[in-house]
Design a protein around this ligand. Structure first.
Ligand SMILES: Cc1cc2nc3c(=O)[nH]c(=O)nc-3n(C[C@H](O)[C@H](O)[C@H](O)COP(=O)(O)OP(=O)(O)OC[C@H]3O[C@@H](n4cnc5c(N)ncnc54)[C@H](O)[C@@H]3O)c2cc1C
Length: 434
């Protein structure tokens, strides 16, 4: 496959008008594939990956017929959901509709659940009975849980003991339980091994819960039982916890009995390390191990590890050609499973699809990811990275680009990063949904 330079990618991503640099302006004006009717692209899943991809497909070629299928009428973002738990935001602040994708860009939005994909017929089947044909399909169904991994914890138990790892009613359930907990209570979080959605997410969550407890129930404690021995931005989080919440948060690594193996919902007790350690808590937040979204599994897009192998230049499935898998479900080299990654992959995939439909060279992608975390309302930290496609076909981090927030900086620096976190949220949701 031919590749072209990073400068040209940036031009494409910077403005729809720069499509001429790739020869894609011709697509926009003609809107046809080889003299045939406009190509039909179906995008399944209206999260950070799918919504962004649908929008940018139309921006790159306004004459494409783009249909976004999303099962919910509104999307509640996981980014910001920890801030809701901390009392810094309301649910309305993190909930977005799809109206702009239709009115501003002409994306057709269908609210239904895709129950099957028929790659041979190039068709998706909807729960409502309709089926949609496509020339290319983009799938961004997020994650699902490996319910079999923690005894006693499944989808029905999660209705009482939340994971809150898909934002919405689960966030509200955990929020309500934290508000109902007595002062002096214990909140227990169980944290999975890698890979999982949002590596710094559990630790930001502990921070935001600690902020709420410090303000409202200061005798309370947070116990984090982790499958891992290390985690994203660990030094920065621990320094922040020591500064803001001394003695409130205890983190237990996997090697010291942190891996949760069983949950007894009736007594709100968890068992770790083959039943040797048991912990009872007032509020339990169990984040189970994860795999690609259920649709990816049903459609046979996953490998034995439960995630979707793709050509990391185009995000086209290596199992089913013609189907692109982006976002958390995909195996994207060194990129973490984040909303920012999904957004970046979505744009590169949209550019690749438009190029492929016109039989033009596919650009060699450059990606970016930034994950801000709030430890307190005025205490932000960040990790950022730039990624390129390596010669081996895998996406790898660019050495010397990005990094984590410095240590030993004045409070003013942390305050500024907290404001940047809010700015990041505003701009990524603008870019994905409006
Ligand atoms: C607590 C928490 C905090 C986070 N904070 C951040 C952060 O600060 N920054 C960041 O970059 N990332 C963050 N993330 C990660 C981010 O939320 C995910 O990486 C991102 O949502 C992945 O996007 P996606 O498109 O792959 O999946 P999703 O956003 O989950 O979207 C999948 C969509 O597909 C739909 N869908 C699934 N199956 C079907 C079907 N069969 N038919 C129709 N529709 C379907 C779903 O309804 C959903 O809307 C956080 C995650 C959590 C849990």
């Amino acid at each position: 496959m031919k590749t072209i330079s990073r400068r040209k990618i940036l031009k494409v991503l910077g403005a729809g008008g720069a499509l001429s640099s790739l020869g894609l302006a011709g697509c926009a004006s003609q809107g046809v594939v080889s003299g045939k009717a406009a190509a039909k692209i179906v995008v399944v899943g209206g999260g950070f990956g799918g919504a962004t991809c649908a929008k940018y497909l139309k921006r790159f070629d306004s004459n494409l017929e783009v249909t976004l299928v999303e099962q919910n009428r509104q999307y509640t973002t996981c980014p910001g959901s920890n801030w809701v738990l901390g009392g810094l935001r309301g649910m309305g602040d993190i909930t977005h509709g799809y109206g702009d994708l239709n009115s501003r860009y002409g994306v057709k939005v269908v609210h239904d659940t895709v129950t099957a994909i028929e790659p041979g017929q190039r068709r998706v089947v909807l729960a409502g009975g309709q089926s949609l044909s496509y020339d290319r399909l983009v799938v961004s169904p997020g994650i699902d849980f490996r319910w079999e991994e923690i005894e006693g914890y499944d989808a029905s138990v999660a209705e009482k003991i939340p994971h809150a790892w898909k934002a919405g009613p689960q966030t509200k359930l955990l929020y309500d339980q934290l508000r109902a907990m007595p002062d002096g209570g214990t909140v227990l979080m169980a944290i999975p091994g890698n890979p999982f959605r949002c590596p710094p997410g559990p630790y930001e969550r502990a921070s935001m819960i600690a902020h709420y407890l410090k303000t409202n129930k200061p005798k309370s404690k947070i116990l984090m039982l982790d499958t891992k021995d290390a985690f994203s931005k660990k030094g920065l989080f621990e320094a922040g916890w020591a500064a803001l919440y001394p003695g409130m948060i205890e983190w237990v690594p996997g090697s010291s009995g942190g891996k949760v193996e069983r949950v007894d919902a009736a007594t709100r007790t968890v068992y770790a390390q083959s039943g040797m350690d048991q912990h009872k808590a007032d509020v339990l937040n169990i984040i189970p191990p994860q795999r690609a979204g259920q649709l990816a599994q049903i459609a046979g897009l996953t490998n034995e590890g439960g995630w979707c192998p793709v050509n990391q230049q185009t995000f086209e499935s290596t199992i089913h050609p013609g189907i692109h898998v982006i976002g958390d479900s995909s195996i994207a080299g060194a990129m973490p499973k984040s909303g920012h990654s999904a957004n970046s992959q979505a744009k590169m995939t949209a550019a690749a699809i438009v190029a492929m439909l016109k039989d033009l060279p596919v650009i060699s992608p450059s990606h970016v990811n930034t994950c801000y975390s709030l430890i307190g309302p005025d205490y932000g930290i960040t990790v950022a990275a730039v990624y390129r496609l390596g010669d081996d076909g895998a996406i790898a981090g660019v050495k010397g680009a990005g990094g984590v927030s410095p240590t030993d900086v004045p409070q003013q620096f942390r305050t500024q990063e907290a404001r940047y976190a809010e700015g990041w949220y505003a701009s990524i949701t603008q870019d994905s949904f409006r």
